[in-house]
Design a protein around this ligand. Structure first.
Ligand code: SF4
Length: 357
């Protein structure tokens, strides 16, 4: 049974708090800034009327997630957080070090489980349990932030919606979380440093462009060959790649920014020369239509932990090199993404703690 927290402070912005609670906007800003600085709830707040604080306290709570485990990779500085929700479900978030020292991104979940059942994804095997509430998304970032050395200048620089779940299937809450996370009196994360990754939901891509145009788009391609994509990603039957590409083109025209096309080559499944050629052609079509070139992120496959029946394997070195070579020869510029934390199940496609707690 889901426990609903309808008025969580972490789910509101100063403007909404001011309007809903009837408190002056500067007071709303200070109350939220204090919360996001992790100050005690009764810490003195200059220039905030007692009546305003009491009113907010009577209407809102500041719920938290239960940190079940923090798993530190022995391979790299990735850290995975296993978090328990009020209804007992588990979700996962990952702290990702960025190239520039002291900067981190947080990969967050947007749903418990996922309905889309992509064949290569551990979360997809769980089915959808429920959508996350706004505050449950925001709290994942706050949990990761508490592990940083803020005194040494470390900070959360970006957020990527690429954890458990399809963000476009919970877009109301995802957008609210983006507005809270980017709020100057909250965590002040630049919207350009926030990426929403989707398996390909055209209506969601268009809405993201309209309502949060600075936010970046990530698109999981699977394969740019429709028949192969359909085998790996069932959503491709409902939304063919051409339809998804049209929405991504509209996103680029509205936002002016290039999307990221992510592909995970699976040995013998979607890593043939034809797949690489089709992907390069997709990039070329996109470039021709928009004038911007998508970033092609090639993510090595991470086997699903504890699953001997996992039918997929990572490509061998020769095939991996060949895949990149074909992409380059046809004008795409692939980036081989380091997907860290593989030893603690923190890498892309491995998040499924709900079955392994
Ligand atoms: S890859 Fe994303 S959309 Fe596909 S099943 Fe996994 S969580 Fe869902």
């Amino acid at each position: 049974m889901e426990t609903r927290v309808t008025r969580a402070l972490q789910a509101t912005t100063p403007a909404r708090l001011s309007a809903d609670a009837g408190v002056p906007l500067p007071c709303a800003r200070r109350i939220l800034a204090s919360l996001f600085r992790d100050e005690p709830p009764d810490a003195p707040l200059a220039h905030v009327r007692k009546a305003s604080r009491e009113r907010v306290a009577s209407m809102y709570t500041a719920p938290s997630l239960d940190l079940v485990r923090e798993e530190r990779s022995q391979l790299d500085p990735f850290r995975k957080f296993v978090l328990r929700l009020a209804d007992g479900a588990l979700i996962e978030a990952v702290r990702i070090p960025l190239h520039r020292p002291g900067r981190f991104s947080v990969c967050v979940s947007s749903q418990v489980g996922c309905a889309l059942a992509c064949a290569f994804c551990a979360t997809g095997r769980l089915g959808l349990v429920r959508n996350l509430q706004t505050w449950e998304i925001v709290e994942q970032v706050r949990v990761a932030r508490r592990t940083l050395d803020l005194g040494a200048g470390e900070r959360v620089h970006g957020v990527v919606f690429q954890g458990m779940g399809e963000p476009m299937s919970n877009l109301d809450r995802v957008l609210e979380a983006i507005f809270v996370l980017s709020e100057p009196s909250g965590l002040a994360i630049d919207r350009k440093a926030i990426t929403v990754c989707t398996a390909g939901v055209p209506s969601g891509i268009r809405r993201l462009a309209r309502e949060a145009p600075k936010v970046r788009l990530g698109l999981s391609i699977g394969s740019a060959r429709q028949e192969v994509r359909e085998r790996l990603m069932p959503i491709a039957r409902a939304h063919p790649l051409d339809e998804v590409l049209d929405a991504a083109i509209e996103h680029a025209r509205v936002s002016g920014s290039a999307p990221m096309f992510a592909v995970t080559p699976l040995d013998g499944h979607n890593d043939h020369d034809e797949d690489a050629r089709a992907l390069a052609d997709l990039v070329a079509r996109f470039h021709q239509a928009t004038g911007v070139r998508p970033r092609v992120s090639v993510v090595p496959y991470n086997r699903i932990a504890d699953d001997a029946t996992d039918p997929f394997r990572r490509q061998g070195d020769a095939r991996a090199a060949r895949f990149l070579e074909v992409l380059r020869d046809r004008g795409a510029t692939p980036h081989l993404r380091y997907s860290g934390g593989g030893d603690v199940g923190a890498a892309c496609g491995q998040l499924a703690s709900v079955t392994r707690s």
